[in-house]
Design a protein around this ligand. Structure first.
Ligand SMILES: Nc1ncnc2c1ncn2[C@@H]1O[C@H](COP(=O)(O)OP(=O)(O)OP(=O)(O)O)[C@@H](O)[C@H]1O
Ligand SMILES: [Mg+2]
Length: 311
């Protein structure tokens, strides 16, 4: 994936320096620190309430479910949504007496880039993946999490109010005029990474809370995202539909893919399960599809995760 054009053209129009932290300085600091083996997936979007914590939770659980060692990091010290749902997951497993793969997780108390790097090195030293859930606003720590990532996942709702943070469109001609504020930040960080010789940051954008019925708005959103993808250099994932079950299961710390292990809640909807699994397909991690679709998931749960499943 090439980030030089047209990203450079868009990026040159803005200065996204925040709190004195220029993207070049953020990247220079990251480049100077030792990197662990874990692949880092940051779920971020400056827009609030678009489903970041929901997606981060499902990704962390789905990766743990396929036998990976996963560290989930909650950057949102105020809401602590990811922390709460992963804590609830442990409690639910205990109450129901089932073995559920549990990602290791921590809440970042001190919102500093140095602390984030240290926690990844300390708690994630033996992990295959670190999944970071950012809060829904711009901040130095969110930027640090994006800069550190191998893959940035950004959920968006099917609304032009959300899309505006990715790209600015002409209201009449629908021409893409330039990146929105979040895309500009991502673009600068990617450019700074490229300038420092770091690997290109892969960016996956997912529509969340999609509606099943077709509508003029949905068509316009689909078209706008397809137009933006090559210009801003992101991939479009399959995304998630609006489902009450996402909200209900979230409270219990469960995902659809857990339901096959819990006869008491045996109302697994194959379609929704497939939707969660598609999330992993969209990550484009080599060899994942076999593990996901081959069944016998309990057998594929690694010893690290088994050891953490409550009895
Ligand atoms: N696909 C979905 N179907 C139904 N409800 C959903 C879906 N995705 C998210 N939600 C609900 O939308 C609300 C916001 O989701 P979530 O907390 O994941 O967003 P967020 O981007 O992390 O928010 P914040 O920016 O405040 O951190 C929650 O009530 C969540 O349960
Ligand atoms: Mg959140």
């Amino acid at each position: 994936m090439n980030v030089v054009t047209p990203i450079g053209e868009f990026a040159s129009r803005r200065d996204t320096t925040v709190d004195g932290e220029h993207p070049r300085n953020v990247i220079a600091d990251i480049a100077a620190r030792p990197r662990g083996q874990a692949r880092i997936i940051t779920v971020a979007n400056e827009k609030g309430g678009v489903g970041k914590s929901t997606v981060a939770f499902h990704l962390a659980v789905a990766l743990a479910d396929t036998g990976h060692k996963v560290l989930a990091i909650d950057l949102d010290r105020r809401q602590q949504t990811l922390t709460r749902t992963l804590t609830a997951r442990g409690g639910t497993a205990k109450r129901l007496g089932v073995r559920l793969p549990l990602p290791r997780h921590l809440l970042l108390q001190q919102q500093s880039g140095a602390q984030l790097c240290q926690e990844i090195a300390r708690a994630g030293w033996d992990c295959d993946f670190v999944v970071i859930d950012a809060a829904g606003h711009d901040s130095p720590i969110a930027r640090r999490a994006i800069a550190l990532a191998d893959l940035l996942v950004s959920p968006v709702n099917s609304s032009f109010a959300d899309l505006d943070l990715l790209g600015r469109f002409h209201p009449v001609s629908n021409k893409l005029l330039g990146p929105g504020c979040f895309a500009a930040t991502v673009t600068e960080l990617r450019q700074a990474r490229a300038d420092a010789g770091l690997p290109v940051l892969d960016w996956l954008v997912l529509q969340n809370r999609k509606r099943r019925e077709t509508s003029k708005n949905q068509d316009r959103v689909d078209t706008a995202l397809r137009r933006m993808a090559p210009r801003l250099d992101f991939r479009l994932g399959a995304g998630l539909f609006e489902r009450v079950a996402y909200r209900e299961l979230f409270l219990l710390g469960l995902t659809h893919i857990d339901l096959r292990r819990i006869p008491e809640l045996a109302r697994t909807k194959a379609v929704a399960t497939g939707e969660v699994m598609t999330l992993l397909d969209d990550l484009e991690i080599e060899g994942e599809a076999d593990g996901l679709l081959g069944g016998g998931v309990l057998e594929t749960v690694g010893t690290w995760n088994r050891a953490r499943v409550p009895a």
